[in-house]
Design a protein around this ligand. Sequence first.
Ligand code: PNS
Length: 168
Amino acid sequence: MKTAVCPGSFDPVTFGHLDIIRRAAGMFDRVIVAVMTNAAKQPMFTKEERVEFLRRATAGLDNVEIDSFEGLLADYARQKNATVIVKGLRAMSDFEYEFQMALTNRRLNPETETAFLTTTAEHMYLSSSLVKQVAEFGGDITGFVPDGIIEDIMNKVSKAGQAAAARE
Ligand code: PNS
């Protein structure tokens, strides 16, 4: 049984992530989507919220599981007996950072390969930070994220906005 891990911060999950998850689900027996910590990012959503959004968004995919982990991806992949780490690659700007992570992960865990799936042209521009920015300014995020999580995102963004206004 071939297990793949799709790691990310998923803050929040977008149609770009879902495209990669769906395609990975067609290639491997078991796909574990793991919500992890990116030390360079300050997330807007809690890990529990991000896991819940992913659960809803992947409800129809039978071989996809959602999990979260605090620690090194290389250790997590080993723990789950994953042979592959699947990552989406959007454009040249992603490449250097992803290449560095793939090499570091191979050094830490030589048993797990990193495989890159190039994003579809339709999702080339899409990112979680773009979704948050559009939402923060009251824009319509339909078509960026699944309908089932839009309300939660808008509520969170509006709460964060109110809290910031109260501090001013
Ligand atoms: O969606 P992101 O933010 O690009 O995902 C990056 C993530 C969370 C996969 C990466 O930061 C990660 O692997 N974090 C876990 C800790 C770790 O292993 N860091 C070293 C990576 S070489």
